[in-house]
Design a binder for this molecule. Sequence first.
Ligand code: SF4
Length: 732
Amino acid sequence: MALSRRTFLKLSAAAGSACLVEGGAPGFLRPKQSDASDATVRTVPTVCEMCFWKCGLTARVVENQVVKLNGNPLHPQSRGKLCGRGQGGIGLLYDKDRLKKPLLRTGKRGENTYKAVEWDEALDFIAQRLKKISETYGPESIALFSHGSSGTYFRNLLKAMGSPNITFPSFSQCLGARNVAYELTFGMSPASSCERADLTKSKAAVLFGTHLGENMHNSQVQDFTQAVANGTRFIVVDPRYSTAAAKAHMWLPIRPGTDMALILAWINIIITHGLYDKEYVEKYTHGFEAVKKAVAGYTPSWAAQETDLAEKDIIEAARILGKDAPHVCVHPGRHFSWYGNDTQRGRAMAILTALLGSWGREGGIWLPPKAVLPKTKTTTPEYPEPDKEPVITGPYPFAGGEGLTNEVRRTTITGQPYPLKAWLVVGTNLIKTLPNQEETRQAIDNLDLLVAVDVMPTDTVMLADVILPEATYLERYDDLFLITQKETGVAIRQPAITPLHSSRPGWWIAKELLKRLDLGDYAPYLTMGDKIQQKATGWGIDFKTLMVKGYVPVKHTGAPYITQDNQPVFHTPSKKIELASSELEEEGFDPVPQYSRIEMPAAGQFRLLYGRSPVHTFSRTINNQLLNELTAENEIWINQNIATHLGITHGSYVRLKNQDGVVSNRIRAKVTQRIRTDCVYMVHGFDSFSPRMTRAFNKGADDQQLITRYQVDPVSGVTGMRVNFVTIEKEA
Ligand code: SF4
């Protein structure tokens, strides 16, 4: 089908928008070169990737320059708005420090010496090395670490090569334990496209360290704001008086590491005082008596001792939850890798949710709808069965399919059970993500090949042997996004402008590598634009409408709440909500969570806590000109009394020294009453070690550098990272 440029612009104008087309566009839209240059003002709907919430946006483009980003009003995750980071996408696109050409390392790793090469040379080099490594050590010796949309293409590359070692830090360093806990309890995770927290309908809600407002996930913060306006009673459990705590009905400044004690005491109170939803528990749950017995000793007075909270506050909070049930949201949180007991902490939260009857109820955790889409034919050959077992689950029975980065790293260091010799690192800064940077460096030193695919020259990128500059999300197509909110729909990512410099989309890089590895059949499409056009058409979606609107709803089955006609399905062994988990029991773990005290900081030490900034996404955005102007470096929150005792003044620089003698870069003190005396807090992701990140290099302190210790959760294998203690040193 041929569509003239004139017709295309007419079509776009009719909807008040137009899409730039480029290499990678579907055939009918691929223009002559001159078409891109004489464009005037266009609005291109696409999908944000400044974080991973995947909001729909519209890019305003003037003469091939993106000048403004706005939220797409049709997309349920943006609803016409973008967060500050989303607005900052232009800063990423035009960052002068962006990777511009493929680079081949010429000096030693970490010396920052590279030569710029053409794509053919870089891709031929990688393919040749991968073939050699695969022949010598087997395809399983190649591992993938990825984050973001492009990870899919490289996952397919590894599968085609026959390697099962595919891993995502988002599991083992973030939300893995949460998902495992809820899957053990309800047979599914509490998140679909996003967490299914029904905050706008909640009468009460609990946030365990979830700092909404600082953790700026667009539609969720919109819901939070609406809930505050609605008068929802928020109970915020946090050692720090966060932005969310400032909006709360109750702030519970808990002793860090004791959340489990509080939740078990709440479960005890709710059962003892008959505040649970008896009908719901009777109908949908398994193991109530076991829970009742297991929590009998966790009294409010015991919990008050453990948590350092007032007994009356513990009781009052439980009463609020019981009174407002089932319209209560126990927010499942997101970053969950805290203390090494994380799956069981998630289990306790899930049990509390179930006792309040709020899973599948208005104001609780809504049920995911299922999109109704025709089955489409696939032309991709089946992937070969790997010869060897993956190393990505280690000895952890519930590590699941998403893989443990820490196990890949351990295997790379030890060479057991087999050698790992090549890493592909796509869109993730492992040095700033995994605990214990020394171990990460040690593993990298054992590699024969490290390939990094990224937009920016991050810490990890600058340790790679080959660096491939990826096009940003504003310059590329990606696979279609199936959005599962209370409604379902399909969103498109499409380029607002042609890729700058010599950058290329991730799908193109993976496809070119497959071709060079004689595996081209695994990417049977010409371009991603062609592929998604075919997919959308197969789903019965008019592709031109999708391109013009950015998001189109599709039919779904299932309602968000339990009704007579919409009964929940629990994919657990008992087909019920497992208050006592038979799967955990079978593997030798407590079927109902129990409390064990964790190590506390010694006198003079402070537990290191970390979190997020509303204007940054970890280390990904710290060099972004627009966002760096808002927050160029992080601060360390220190309690006022402690600061006075140590002679530290607000705004002065200090350094932190951890229990293993590691000393941070200088960091400005935020002296405040808004944090307990036994911990300090900083925003994660600062102090880039990469001199090519000229705005972020050496600015602020790196929490990950101080996280030399980690506690592996025996159930899911995730790495608990809030187990490090620091002392504070005034800068001379
Ligand atoms: Fe982009 Fe913000 Fe949405 Fe994340 S929450 S996808 S940064 S607009």
